[in-house]
Ligand binder design. Structure first.
Ligand code: 3EB
Length: 312
């Protein structure tokens, strides 16, 4: 569509995710489409404004610019979920060689369904964890970036990522067991992510807060109680925000630009959730998207992620 040798233009080759599609796929102009219904806010998420035309390598569409590399991939149809995770992650590590991973977004079809030997999320976690170990060795936990893994209505498995040349720092929530150390009761291989990743990009501090839910220690809190799950989630956001350097209240009114994605299991809960978040989390100027998604534990009703950046 655009000429790759055109002058740098802020609209050139943006890497975006577009929600609300029928199934996962690659859309026009290098966009990842996923099957998460949009409940409120914008239906797109901008991952990176590239400075070069996107290129395709293997399963991935890649966008590059200013020391950053972003992209996404959709698994070929027909692959079993664990094999699809292994394939996408093996390829991810190949295409990001020489960069550090900052953030990964996983879209797992029918995440809570049991269609094979294990629940789909657990199959996905095993494929992902084994791929990290194959590539980074037995101490792979040290390089795990912030992530989210949410359910899509239909597949195939898809992921998006942001990586860069700068060295990221990964953080844990003092009130939660690191996800990569969850006990076996949640599956044979634990999830592979850090609770937050902070990195300075071109002098701009950024904090990527992973999908955050109503979990303390490793246990789900307030099963069946929406208001308490929202409260616990907001407390966890505040704790990990503080650990990662955003100060109190997830950086509210402290000079951070804030983008939130709120994943809601039951669309009918949207009103109550939005009202509670207005009181306890949000401030004027925040960008907030509400999406319907199943979550990685059947008892979780809400999950929230954030990107904070402090333009100087
Ligand atoms: C949790 O804290 C909730 O598997 O990549 C949050 C963020 C969750 C990322 C992932 C899962 C993932 O365990 C679920």
């Amino acid at each position: 569509m655009r000429n790759g040798s055109a002058p740098v233009d802020s609209n050139l080759a943006p890497c975006r995710v577009r929600f609300g599609h029928d199934r996962a796929g690659t859309g026009a102009a290098g966009t990842l489409q996923v099957a998460l219904p949009v409940l409120g806010g914008e239906s797109d998420e901008l991952i990176l404004t590239g400075t070069e035309a996107p290129r395709t390598t293997g399963d991935f569409v890649l966008h590059e610019g200013d020391g950053l590399l972003a992209g996404f991939a959709v698994a070929p149809p027909g692959l079993e979920l664990e094999a699809a995770a292994a394939r996408l992650y093996d390829t991810l590590f190949a295409v990001t060689a020489g960069f550090h991973l900052f953030r990964i977004w996983n879209y797992v079809p029918r995440i809570n369904a049991v269609e094979g030997a294990l629940e789909n999320y657990r199959l996905f976690c095993r494929g992902r964890s084994l791929a990290f170990e194959r590539h980074f060795g037995s101490e792979f936990q040290k390089i795990l970036p912030a992530a989210s893994a949410v359910g899509a209505v239909t597949g195939p498995l898809a992921l998006g990522f942001l990586a860069g040349e700068a060295i990221p720092h990964h953080f844990e929530n003092p009130r939660q067991v690191p996800a990569f150390e969850y006990p076996m009761q949640y599956g044979p291989r634990p999830p592979s992510f850090a609770r937050a990743t902070a990195v300075s990009v071109g002098g701009t501090p950024q904090i990527f807060i992973s999908g955050t839910a109503s979990i303390t220690g490793h246990a789900t809190i307030a099963t069946g109680d929406l208001a308490r799950q929202v409260a616990c989630t907001v407390e966890n956001l505040s704790l990990i925000g503080a650990a990662a350097g955003a100060g109190r209240a997830v950086g509210r009114n402290q000079g951070w630009a804030r983008r939130f994605k709120v994943y809601v299991r039951h669309a009918a809960d949207l009103g109550a959730i939005a009202t509670q978040l207005e009181r306890t989390l949000l401030a004027a100027g925040d960008n907030v998207q509400f999406l319907q998604a199943d979550l990685c534990r059947s008892d979780l009703l809400i999950e929230i992620e954030a990107i904070l950046s402090r333009p100087e």
